[in-house]
Unconditional design. Structure first.
Length: 168
């Protein structure tokens, strides 16, 4: 009986230790989540939430592992700045309308940083799209203006090649 009592006490001690370890792991995971929140597939930014929108899009850019493609009629140097946040080896392509100032900025950018490809939009597009690897996001505002007015970002359930096929 004494041996059984010792075994039962040891089992109880192990169970208590396991519970404490699980609680510590949960606490650590919660702390990690606080510092690196999961990207939500839908996000709405009220007017004036420029920083929140900028950081959300920046996090999307940082999450890319293969490619970033932006389809947006109105692009400027702020977009180039945002795309410098992409990881090494991630390609970037911008489909936009011809703008002499933007092309000057892009040329200067590309002399110092990893190249961003420019593709002239053959026609105006009403909506804006951001492709991160194999995900398509519909942007409720031009990337450079996100958060200046009420806007949303929504992950779409469509293949990037479908959108890219419609653009070209």
């Amino acid at each position: 009986m004494i041996q059984n009592a010792a075994v039962l006490m040891r089992i109880a001690h192990l169970e208590r230790h396991q519970i404490e370890t699980d609680e510590k792991i949960d606490l650590i995971l919660d702390k990690i989540e606080e510092h690196h929140p999961k990207l939500l597939p839908e996000q709405v930014f009220p007017t004036g939430c420029v920083w929140d929108a900028w950081t959300y899009i920046s996090d999307l850019v940082r999450s890319a592992q293969q490619r970033i493609v932006l389809i947006d009629n109105y692009v400027d140097d702020r977009v180039l700045s945002m795309f410098t946040k992409r990881a090494e080896g991630v390609t970037a392509t911008i489909h936009t309308r011809y703008n002499e100032q933007f092309l000057t900025d892009l040329k200067k950018h590309n002399t110092q940083y990893t190249e961003i490809e420019f593709i002239q939009l053959p026609h105006r597009n009403h909506d804006r799209f951001l492709i991160i690897d194999d995900k398509v996001y519909l942007l409720g505002a031009s990337l450079k203006d996100m958060g200046a007015g009420l806007c949303a970002v929504t992950e779409m359930a469509i293949a990037p090649e479908v959108i890219l096929g419609m653009v070209g």
